[in-house]
Design a protein around this ligand. Structure first.
Ligand SMILES: *Cc1c(COP(=O)(O)O)cnc(C)c1O
Length: 377
């Protein structure tokens, strides 16, 4: 009898790490210094991130969510915040935590980022800010959003969780709007394990978040405004520093892997589609998102299930969209036809910098069988 083969599993993503030796000296220093938080690694990370992004201030945090909570608080907002419903479930939580009202706007059918025209229609005298997500690493239409924000004198904040390393033309994500907040959780391209980075040119906001991550303590052992406990530990900052040195290489590898898969998939079925990458845009491919039109005779859910059986892990990002979630039951919303459509049709495929060619070919072979079988029936 043949020995049972262990089933092949291709994960949806994995952080691309270096051999332990790359981290060892940094970890050793942290332990030997006995400074476990708010020390040299955190400071170095903030400096290097600010240089890379081309912004005046970066603040290292425990997460993107905490960063957005502090950012919205620091901007002293009251009223309604317009954001997409097609985004990660955490995106809108900082709005709720600050007692603000989320107002969901529809997205662009090609880039899946919030549609500035839909945003404009929802602006009222109660609107205080726009909170836009650079979906899967593709920058929003930042020009149109910046125009809107300045025309209506409202704040513009980006959930840049996916987009450390993304750019539009000559501008890197990080410097748009009033503030951008990155995530360094393990599924993100730049990773600390867990962490976040606020990027802004607004010194008052940077200062607020710097104190806010430390309970709101201005160094006086007294707090005027309640903050959070949201510092980035030194060990995590060490991982992030290594990750930053690998970023250019990893972005290149991700883009190459994505291009390889896209080309292979379109060869199998030219009617399948992908997120549109506008001209001059560099994306991180935080997710490689496949669009399945049910007119093909099968659905995104069929494909998700089939690939799962083959050991190819995929994710329904972002489903359900936020406006269908209980936590956002009290939110307002404009019409969301594109969000509803895209949320039920897109599927994130495995994507990481160290995705091997033979695994990419395994994914393509599984897709080939799936498409072939459906054509017969
Ligand atoms: C991962 C993610 C977050 C949350 O990041 P944390 O660092 O885990 O708080 C927020 N928004 C988007 C779009 C994300 O993908």
């Amino acid at each position: 009898m043949a020995k049972k083969q262990s089933k092949k599993i291709i994960p949806i993503t994995r952080p691309t790490l270096e051999p332990f030796a790359a981290y060892a000296p940094l970890f050793k220093k942290v332990i030997e210094s006995s400074m476990l938080t708010q020390s040299v690694n955190g400071a170095k990370l903030e400096k290097r991130a600010a240089e890379y992004l081309g912004v005046k201030h970066c603040v290292a945090l425990s997460s993107c969510t905490a960063g957005l909570m502090l950012t919205l608080k620091g901007l002293n907002l009251k009223g309604e915040v317009i954001l997409p419903s097609f985004t990660f479930l955490a995106s809108g939580l900082p709005v709720l935590w600050n007692g603000l009202t989320p107002v969901f706007a529809d997205i662009d059918p090609d880039t899946y980022c919030v549609d500035p025209k839909a945003v404009e229609k929802l602006i009222t005298k109660n609107t205080c800010a726009i909170l836009a997500t650079h979906v899967f690493g593709v920058p929003c239409n930042t020009q149109a959003l910046e125009k809107l924000a300045s025309k209506h004198r409202i704040k513009l904040i980006f959930d840049a969780a996916h987009a450390f390393g993304s750019s539009a033309g000559k501008r890197r994500v990080g410097g748009f709007g009033d503030a951008e907040v990155f995530s360094l959780s393990p599924t993100k391209v730049l990773t600390a394990g867990e962490g976040g980075i606020l990027a802004t040119n607004d010194i008052a906001l940077a200062q607020f978040v710097r104190e806010g991550r430390n309970y709101g303590d201005k160094g006086t052992n007294d707090v005027a405004v309640g903050g959070l406990s949201a510092r980035m530990p030194e060990m995590s900052a060490a991982v992030a520093l290594r990750s930053l040195t690998q970023l250019a290489r990893n972005l290149k590898r991700r883009n190459a892997a994505a291009e390889y898969l896209k080309k292979g998939i379109l060869k199998l079925e030219p009617r399948l589609r992908f997120q549109h990458i506008p001209k001059g845009v560099r994306t991180t491919y935080k997710d490689l998102s496949l669009y399945v039109d049910p007119a093909l005779g099968y659905t995104r859910d069929d494909l998700h299930e089939y690939l799962g059986h083959k050991g190819v892990m995929t994710r329904k990002y972002f489903y359900p969209p936020l406006h269908k979630m209980k936590a956002y039951a009290k939110a307002k919303k404009g019409p969301l036809p594109v969000t509803d459509k895209v949320a039920t049709r897109v599927l994130s495929l495995p994507m990481y910098a160290h995705l091997e060619k033979r695994d990419a070919d395994y994914i393509l072979a599984a897709l080939k069988t799936f498409i072939h079988d459906r054509k017969k029936s």
